[in-house]
Design a protein around this ligand. Structure first.
Ligand code: DX5
Ligand code: ZN
Length: 227
């Protein structure tokens, strides 16, 4: 039975108080911090460089994952690892040599994950599952927080869960979903086979605060898995 994890995106955070924000998320019981790195090329937005992430590193003991929405991830991968990211996540669509890039990330001592945009088929990762600890399926088109969850991704999540199980990799490869994950969408994504959930606006807009939002999301996901 895969473990359920909540990974907050800090894209909605107060960028002037990132250290305090990641500390508050840790106190609220999240499992890791999801940094949405955007280069203004692969997606029409620009966010965190390695120095920004490094500045937040000392404010929490949680693992950092870098969702690299960038062209040419190889060029900066080492800087994100040195900044304190233990997982680097690269887009299939942005990697000319995906198998080599995933191997390079692992050679840096980080774990490698692969990300698929909504239109990218599961078949594109069939031959690299042995190199990754997680596949991230986008449930929005990348670039911004606060977008609407794309429910037509659920059969894709199910297809990936079937592929992982068929390759006997259930204990090695998690399925993360990212985009529009909220109290009214997380159960369906979990029921389809996702076990790690990125949430940005659902956490930051909860009037009852982070702990309430995290507990509510985790409870809904666990219920969908029958835990
Ligand atoms: C979008 C990012 C997501 C996004 C999630 O490109 O990869 O992580 O920030 O934000 P919400 O949860 O608000 O959709
Ligand atoms: Zn993301």
């Amino acid at each position: 039975m895969p473990r359920i994890e909540i990974a907050p995106s800090v894209l909605p955070a107060d960028f002037a108080r990132l250290g305090e924000e990641v500390a508050a998320l840790e106190a609220a019981g999240v499992d890791r911090i999801h940094w949405d790195v955007m280069d203004g090329q692969f997606v029409p937005n620009l966010t965190f460089g390695p120095d920004v992430i490094a500045a937040a590193r000392k404010h929490t003991s949680l693992p950092f994952e870098a969702h690299l929405m960038v062209l040419g991830a190889d060029a900066m991968a080492e800087q994100y690892v040195k900044a304190g990211c233990s997982r680097l996540m690269v887009h299939v669509e942005a990697c000319t040599h995906l198998h080599r890039t995933l191997g390079y990330i692992r050679s840096l001592g980080a774990t490698a994950s692969v990300v698929l945009n909504p239109s990218t088929p599961i078949s594109s990762v069939a031959h690299v599952l042995d190199l990754v600890d997680m596949v991230l399926l986008m449930t929005v088109n990348p670039g911004f927080g606060g977008q609407k969850y794309i429910a037509t991704m659920e059969p894709k999540i199910r297809e990936l869960r079937t592929m992982i199980e068929a390759q006997g990799l259930t204990d090695q490869v998690d399925i993360e979903v990212d985009g529009g994950i909220a109290p009214d969408t997380i159960a369906a994504a979990a029921a389809a086979g996702a076990n790690i959930f990125v949430a940005g606006s659902a956490l930051f807009r909860d009037p009852e605060g982070f702990e309430h939002a995290v507990t509510d999301l985790r409870t809904r996901a666990q219920a969908a898995w029958g835990i």
